[in-house]
Write a protein that binds this ligand. Sequence first.
Ligand SMILES: [Zn+2]
Length: 375
Amino acid sequence: MKTGFIFDESYLWHDNGSGTLYLPSGGYMQTDVFVEHPETKRRVNNLLARCGLMKKLNQIEPRPATKEEIEYFHTTDYIEKVKQLSDTTGGDAGDHAIVGRGSYEIALLSTGGALRAVDAVMEGEVDNVYAMTRPPGHHAERNKGIGFCIFNNVVIAAKYARKKYGLKRVLVLDWDVHHGNGTEQAFYDDPNVLFLSIHQHLSFPNNTGYKEDVGTGEGQGYNVNIPLPPGTGDAGYVHAFESIIEPIATEFKPELIIISAGQDPGMFDPLGRMMMTAEGFGQLTDIMLRIANAHCDGKIVFCHEGGYSNAYVPFCTLKIIERLSGIETDVTDPYAAGAQGYPDKLYTNQKEAVDEIIAVQQEYWHALRPTVESN
Ligand SMILES: [Zn+2]
């Protein structure tokens, strides 16, 4: 398996400034390191290099997205606002979406990394690809940045794949612990992009991601939210993937799969409470590879989103890339023992949560295939 890896040093230079967790400086707390910072990503690179996997991956350079490509989703006014902040004082481009000096160009390169990833897979340069994009994108809406996200990399990548390669069915799966509200907005009425978001219910944003939000118009049934309770763990995620995501994907028959890969369901994440282990991320990757192999010759693109544990994001991301490449390293999860006592099997409340989601959404599943083929 040939696996691509996309990264640029400048991804680490996007500067959120200082703050405490996700709040800016001020109030009663001494200023600390802002929770979205370069270190988690740098340490993924460190671990990939240290264990020898990095040199076995195809290194692919990103290119900057053009303004016209960013306009596939975002308004011109919003793009201008980001550029203006980036060129001058910096500031918030919406809701918790800090733009630092020079962040505009880095955000273009982040989105361009996702576009380059689509090209690499569609043109057969590699079988699959992990794009270590930063800043992340999945919360960014048409006219504002939200939750550390400036431009919606995955939305623009899916639209780019549709335009450039004439694809009629792109599946976007968002496993970041937070709801992919921006991606949902982009494709809510679009039957050509099936969007699935599996997330901790009402974590962030705190008013989106409900299971009843199934899309509208021609896109009805093509928006699938899987909101799960805190503490779901590996077994609950695998159950949801096998009993919701896999059957829906089988109906849809994607021509390309794009993953919003946030490793913040990880068990040590400061912004998530889902208790996933590195091995769990490996299992989810296996399921998505199985779907990709069944329907689209294994064409799957991963774009990095959230994940805020310096210690654990590297091990989770390594496990994903091991499974993508089929190359197992001798790295074992040094924190696995810490997961003893965490949810390791399916508990009744988790099964009930998944069953309730299925009860709301299942009537749309059988309709996916004929609707798409008639497009
Ligand atoms: Zn997140």
